[in-house]
Design a protein around this ligand. Structure first.
Ligand SMILES: *Cc1c(COP(=O)(O)O)cnc(C)c1O
Length: 384
């Protein structure tokens, strides 16, 4: 597998061996139901509560403020729908942006059908949301603002601390989808004034199908999954014990190694950006030049089709992405690239390359070489 170059870490990351080791006992010896009062159940419960402390620590939160879910999508759904329904008596207006993940956007669209009103804020050409636009959009009936910490396609990091402060001043709840941000930057719930924060384990080398929602103490929220009293009655169903334990271990490692990992990743990312812009005529970087995720590169290569480029890269053993796993394959132009105002030529010729802790300098240089040749080749075929 290692002869392939994986540059799609924003889509998912491999589970770390230490994480697998931490999970294994919870499939076999500690198989008990965490709700059981016997020893086997108590062991499973202990594993979950340790993961809750590890997850809380990463956000500077209390354990009681962490709720485990099936991933980023469920966390986003619970945050947006759960607060909308709980606060319906106070108002029916929500604010979000045009570049959110579909888990937030489509939840908002669904809420519109249920009688809620939603403002979708525009972004500038870098994908930045203006905090003052958030302030101006807040009305007396606004109950929630949901703005992502960092965008999964173009990597732009949003001014969430400023937005959170405005929400606090106005008495409006603030949710942020931090799925791409955790492990890439410091993320303290208090510092960004967030009431709700979505996380997903598989984006930081934990298992797929496990996530968490930070819910600030005292926040009113309605449950989406009814049944038993697991997760303080907010999410019924026997816990995914091994997955939760894996998430706890993965977030602890992500935090303990963050500074060093970010330093190394930024260096390689900047090398990739510099080399591509220098060597491939007409290449343009999408997203913000500085306020971007340490591992994100997103380029347009006018005159080349994204799909063709991705297929050729795959043949060359390089895994890249058309922008987001959730929209590629559908051939729909990305809502994020449309929101930053990319013209069709740049929109249809863009790819995302996202680095991770296993990425090496050698892989970056090989990728630059392969890209340079493939782009030139595809362009010459078009001009025949
Ligand atoms: C991946 C991703 C999600 C969805 O997380 P899942 O665990 O795959 O459901 C949500 N938001 C963002 C920003 C993401 O990158």
């Amino acid at each position: 597998m290692k002869d392939r170059i994986y540059l799609d870490y924003a889509a998912t990351a491999p589970v770390l061996p230490e994480v697998v080791d931490a999970m294994l006992p919870f499939f076999m010896s500690c198989y008990g139901n965490p709700s059981g009062i016997h020893g086997t159940g108590r062991e499973a419960r202990k594993g979950i509560e340790q993961a809750r402390r590890q997850t809380a620590a990463a956000l500077g939160a209390e354990s009681s403020e962490i709720l485990f879910t099936s991933g980023g999508s469920e966390s986003d759904n619970l945050a947006v729908q759960g607060t909308a329904y709980a606060l319906r008596d106070r108002g029916n207006h929500l604010i979000t942006s045009k570049i959110e993940h579909p888990a937030v956007l489509n939840t908002c669209r669904w809420l519109e059908k249920q009688g809620f009103q939603v403002t979708y804020l525009p972004v500038d050409s870098y994908g930045m949301i203006d905090p003052e636009a958030v302030r101006n959009a807040i009305r007396p009936e606004t109950i929630l603002v949901s703005i992502m910490t960092a965008n999964n396609e173009i990597g732009t990091v949003e001014p969430v601390a400023e937005i959170g402060e405005i929400c606090g001043d106005c008495g409006v709840l603030f949710h942020t989808d931090a799925v791409q941000a955790i492990g890439a930057m410091e993320l303290q719930a208090d510092k960004i004034h967030a009431d709700l924060i979505s996380l997903s384990a598989h984006k930081f080398h934990g298992p797929k199908g496990t996530g968490a929602l930070y819910i600030r103490k005292g926040t009113r929220i309605e449950t989406l999954i009814h049944g038993g009293s697991q997760e303080r009655g907010l999410r019924a169903g026997t816990e995914n014990t091994a997955g939760i334990v894996g998430m706890g271990k993965a977030i602890e490692i992500a935090e303990n190694t963050r500074t060093e990992n970010v330093r190394k990743t930024v260096e390689l990312r900047d090398l990739l950006i510099r080399e591509i812009l220098n060597r491939i005529p007409g290449a343009v970087l999408n997203g913000h030049p500085d306020r971007r995720l340490p591992n994100n590169c997103h380029f347009s290569f006018p005159g080349v089709e994204s799909e063709a480029l991705l297929l050729r890269l795959d043949l060359a053993g390089i895994a890249a992405s058309g922008g987001s796993a959730c929209t590629s394959g559908s051939m729909e132009p990305s809502h994020v690239l449309q929101a930053i105002g990319l013209q069709p030529e740049r929109l249809g010729s863009s790819i995302r390359l996202t680095l991770g802790r296993e990425t090496t300098r050698e892989e970056i240089l090989q990728t630059v070489q392969a890209l340079t040749e493939i782009v030139a080749d595809l362009r010459s075929m078009r001009n025949l």
